[in-house]
Design a protein around this ligand. Structure first.
Ligand SMILES: [Fe+2]
Ligand SMILES: [Fe+2]
Length: 279
């Protein structure tokens, strides 16, 4: 059978969560995905990190698994959640003393889906372990459990993401990039059968920089002085990701398709006040 997965890039603050709430039901109707995976490292109200409340929000929205990246440890109240739950991943190659796991499986109609979250090292501040060797170290374990294996490669450099994809082509079902918050147009199935996109993009304000108000980011670039980045909450919003079909017998991808939702009329003030919202 084919397993269809919807993957969304980094969800940014309140606008990102509002996009999830508004558009996932619609995407479910159009594409009928059997599983939904989102990157939640920027979904807290200030765009940094993730909270247990946000996890409850995602679960309520029908998300099966949340991946993350360099911002995962920004909110301290997520630490116990990372230790106690298996539906939120932190990059596998962080030091082993960090809370959380970087690899897991969940079931879709009785079929296990394996997911690995790993972080790149090129142009990234954190001194994490080699992403190639980190993935390699868990691959045999995961291959014993399932043929369907998806990697969220959280990295800045396109070369490093493509490197992971080619190195594991044919050994995993999909490699999707996150972290740059800009969707790339290079989605394809590699020669060995691995679906690939350099970056899924984000859910947040279109006329922003990485979902943040652009003026502050530009001021930082102009002056090199510290500035406070704030989530952009005005204007047109964008939500991007991919749909991937994976053959559960072979583990090979059979289809990858980019998703881009533009929303010019998003109401999200209620998100911060709702039970699932957070600061
Ligand atoms: Fe991010
Ligand atoms: Fe990131």
């Amino acid at each position: 059978m084919n397993v269809r997965v919807l993957l969304l890039g980094d969800i940014i603050g309140a606008p990102g969560k509002a996009l999830v709430q508004k558009h996932i039901p619609e995407l479910k109707k159009i594409y009928s995905p059997q599983a939904i995976i989102v990157n939640g490292e920027n979904c807290a109200g200030d765009g940094r990190g993730i909270t247990p409340k946000a996890m409850r929000f995602f679960k309520h929205a029908g998300v099966n698994l949340v991946t993350s990246g360099n911002h995962i440890f920004q909110k301290k109240d997520i630490y116990p959640y990372l230790t106690e739950h298996k539906d939120l991943l932190r990059p596998l190659n962080f030091p082993s003393g960090c809370p959380g796991i970087g690899v897991t499986t969940f079931e879709v109609d009785g079929v296990p889906v394996g997911v690995i979250n790993v972080q790149g090292r090129v142009f990234m501040r954190e001194l994490v372990g080699c992403p190639f060797r980190a993935v390699e170290s868990v691959l045999t374990y995961l291959q014993h459990k399932t043929k369907i294996i998806i990697i969220d490669m959280h990295a800045e450099a396109t070369s490093e993401k493509l490197g992971i994809a080619f190195y594991f082509d044919g050994k995993v079902s999909a490699v999707v990039g996150t972290h740059t918050h800009v969707q790339t147009a290079d989605e394809r199935i590699l020669p060995g059968g691995t679906a690939y996109i350099t970056d899924l993009g984000m859910s947040g304000a279109l006329n922003s920089m990485i979902g943040m108000k652009k003026d502050a980011v530009i001021r930082n670039m102009l002056t090199q002085m510290p500035v406070k980045f704030e989530v952009e909450t005005e204007g047109t919003m964008i939500m991007t990701g991919v749909i991937i079909d994976i053959n559960s017998e072979t583990g090979k991808a059979t289809h990858i398709e980019r998703i881009k939702v533009i929303d010019t009329d998003l109401k999200f003030d209620h998100i911060n006040h709702a039970d699932f919202g957070d600061k």
